[in-house]
Design a protein around this ligand. Structure first.
Ligand code: PEP
Ligand code: MN
Length: 375
């Protein structure tokens, strides 16, 4: 059971203490208090754990300080919507991300040189983009492939991000120790930018890494769905992040491994955008680059990456993570799927068209819902 407190009831208040005392007076019931700093409001929630089956909701609904009491109906205790909970999202370093917003994070798959990164960030700035991707630690299938520049590139990544007004950089971590390296480099840069930690698909069930990132409540996290596990298993993995205390989680769809997706690198799974929004309170990201994995286009003149991006955005995606590179033929990782910097303007325009269409669809659905139905 979750008790949602009204917005003006802060953690540590006497009203909250009375709610907790009543909850713990039931035999076998303990409580946990969670404070969620949302994009538009903050929420204090009391989780009742243990033998809650006999605890009446009415006893709590009578408190003036209680907004609602929700019985947990689904498996995802911390991230689930449980039919009645609202998705509040979060704000980090001046960027708001929630189930209602849309933010594009273009950038390099892997940082290879200062020059290429600077050209990329400069192009983003020229298009008014303040969010980017830039991988420093790369999990590669072959040990002989480029493994990423690691900690060595962090000082110039953060310096250039600051110089070009990039407020948040997403960056994968493959080991807990890298979080400290990132934190140190951020401190040394004078917090020139912010970092969203990425859990890659290959670490989707690396529970020790999930627990470590879950405890870093200072940095938001982009969780990439496991490419060979069920959606439910990936959502359970996010529970590790959330129960560690990190509530600033974005769930990223990036395609699933199957020959049925051929000739794409993965089978595109953006039909799950509304599903994840319904099941959880998490904003949903799409990664068209790692889904499609190539620059092929169709006779209509649009690249497949543009098409699948539009499919995710028109279905309500909240974030787009997409590979760009100034010289894809020279990229040390995933060059074949990188879009050209000259294509950034077209890409953003295409995203805006799909977002407008999504908003029109919402409007139509809202009107239809208020219209009386003929008997
Ligand atoms: C990435 O985004 O750089 C990446 C490696 O993605 P994924 O984990 O989805 O393959
Ligand atoms: Mn990649």
């Amino acid at each position: 059971m979750i008790i949602v407190m009204k917005a003006d009831v802060p953690p540590g208040s006497p009203e909250l203490a009375r709610v907790i005392a009543l909850a713990e007076s039931f035999p076998g019931v303990s409580t946990e208090v969670h404070h969620v700093e949302g994009a538009t409001r903050s929420l204090t929630e009391v989780y009742l754990l243990g033998s809650t089956g006999v605890v009446p909701t009415g006893a709590f609904e009578e408190f003036d300080c209680v907004e609602k009491v929700v019985r947990i109906t689904q498996k995802f205790r911390a991230i689930g919507r449980h039919e009645a909970l609202e998705a509040v999202g979060f704000e980090y370093n001046g960027v708001r991300i929630s189930q209602d917003t849309l933010t594009v994070f273009p950038g390099v798959c892997a940082v290879d040189s200062r020059e290429n990164l600077e050209a990329t960030f400069a192009a983003l700035a020229a298009h008014g983009i303040h969010t980017a991707r830039a991988g420093a630690y790369k999990p590669r299938t072959s040990p002989y492939d480029f493994q990423g520049k690691g900690a060595a590139c962090l000082p110039f990544v953060f310096e250039l991000a600051g110089k070009h007004g990039i407020r948040v950089v997403t960056m994968e971590v493959t080991h807990e120790s890298q979080i400290d390296e990132i934190q140190r480099a951020l401190d040394q840069s004078g917090h020139a930018t912010g970092v969203m930690l990425q859990i890659g698909t290959r670490n989707a069930q690396n529970f020790e890494l999930l627990k470590a990132v879950g405890q870093r409540t200072d940095l938001p996290v982009l969780y990439k769905r496991g490419m060979g596990i069920t959606l439910e298993e990936s959502l359970n993995a996010c529970e590790y992040l959330a129960t560690g205390g990190n509530r600033r989680i974005v769930f990223c769809l990036r395609g699933v491994k199957s020959n049925l997706g051929d000739p794409h690198r993965n089978l595109v799974d953006f039909a799950h955008v509304p599903v994840v929004k319904r099941l959880t309170r998490l904003p949903v990201c799409i990664d068209p680059s790692h889904s499609v994995g190539r620059r092929s286009g169709s006779p209509d003149g649009l690249l497949d990456i543009f098409h699948v991006t539009a499919q995710g955005v028109i279905a309500g995606a909240n974030m787009v993570l997409v590979d760009f590179h100034p010289h894809p033929e020279q990229a040390l990782c995933d060059g074949p799927q990188a879009l050209l910097l000259e294509e950034l303007g077209d890409f953003l325009e295409d995203v805006a068209i799909a977002r407008r269409a999504y908003e029109q669809r919402l409007e139509r659905a809202r009107k239809a819902a208020t219209k009386p139905r003929a008997a």
